[in-house]
Structure formats: structure tokens, C-alpha cells
Design a protein. Structure first.
Length: 173
């Protein structure tokens, strides 16, 4: 789940609804009914935060450009249709659009308890299209600070040690 978030910017969820990993089939509908309301309420949270489309003045969608919200890592990217979304709690945020770790657009927005979801489309000038077209953009979230590089080497060491510990536990059992 952590890898999926840091590599692709996706939020994953693992729900354990009981102590039995594989409940009997006859109990599944009862378990579902007991948890239906809470699952629906959780799914409603997907409609909170900000979403929109980034495009150029001539309506060309800006795919795989960086969207930075309050400088949080990893930065999110627009998809192949220029769409972006981020689940956020109510509050005031800054949003920046970037190419190659250089900001080309900046604004501030606020999410209130009433609105919950802001649709904010961004139109970039056609002057930026040439620079955009010449970039080798990838679809994965990016990090534009050296602090991540330091943290990533720490994370690699941590994950390696964790793997060794898990391997030893499996061998013992």
C-alpha cells in the first residue's frame, strides 16, 4: 500500500472485518450487511477535496504535469486526460502546477465543510505548450527536493532490514 501511494499516488485500503481471514460463505452476506452503512459512508469521502482538468488555451489537455498541494510529497500528476484529484480535509491550501520541478501556475483555494469538493479547472497559456511538448514527462508522482533522496536511502535500508527480519521469522516458523 505504501509503495502504491508513493509510486502512483493511489490510496489503497485494507479492511479487516473480523478475526477469521476466510469466513464461511454462508456468513458473507451477514458480514456485508453489518458493514454496509460504514462502507458507503467511507466511499462518500472520495468526493471530498479538489479535482479538475489542466489544459492549454487551445483545449489541448495537459497530461502528466505535476500538481503540488501545499508542497506535500509525493506530488500528484494529471492523468492522460489532464484530470487531477486529491482527497483533502476542509481548510486553506495552495496549489501549484509544475513542469520539470519549476512552478508555472499558482493559486490558493479553500475547502469548507459545506462544499467538501471543489472543481477547479486550470487553463495554461499556449506559450507554455512548447516547453510542455518538449518535456519527457512521466506519469508517476515526482519529488523535487533533495530531502527525499536522503529519505529514500534510509527507506531502502529500512526495507532491506525489514525483509531480513521477516525472512528469519518465516524460517523459524
Amino acid at each position: 500500500m505504501d509503495f502504491d501511494y508513493w509510486r502512483y499516488g493511489n490510496l489503497d485500503l485494507n479492511i479487516d472485518m473480523g478475526c477469521c481471514f476466510y469466513p464461511p460463505v454462508k456468513e458473507l452476506s451477514m458480514i456485508f450487511e453489518q458493514n454496509r452503512k460504514s462502507m458507503i459512508e467511507y466511499l462518500k469521502l472520495a468526493n471530498t477535496g479538489i479535482r479538475g482538468i489542466v489544459k492549454f488555451e487551445d483545449e489541448i489537455r495537459a497530461k502528466h504535469v505535476t500538481i503540488k498541494i501545499d508542497g506535500r510529497n509525493p506530488f500528484i500528476k494529471t492523468n492522460k486526460n489532464g484530470e487531477y484529484f486529491k482527497i483533502l480535509l476542509p481548510g486553506k491550501y495552495s496549489l501549484r502546477v509544475g513542469l520539470d520541478c519549476k512552478d508555472i501556475y499558482e493559486t490558493v483555494f479553500e475547502i469548507s465543510n459545506k462544499t467538501r469538493l471543489i472543481e477547479f479547472n486550470i487553463t495554461l497559456s499556449n506559450k507554455l505548450f512548447r516547453q510542455y511538448r518538449d518535456q519527457a514527462l512521466n506519469r508517476y508522482p515526482v519529488f523535487c527536493s533533495t530531502s527525499y533522496i536522503l529519505n529514500s536511502s534510509f527507506n531502502l535500508i529500512f526495507l532491506t532490514n525489514l525483509f531480513i527480519i521477516i525472512k528469519q521469522i518465516v524460517l523459524i516458523n
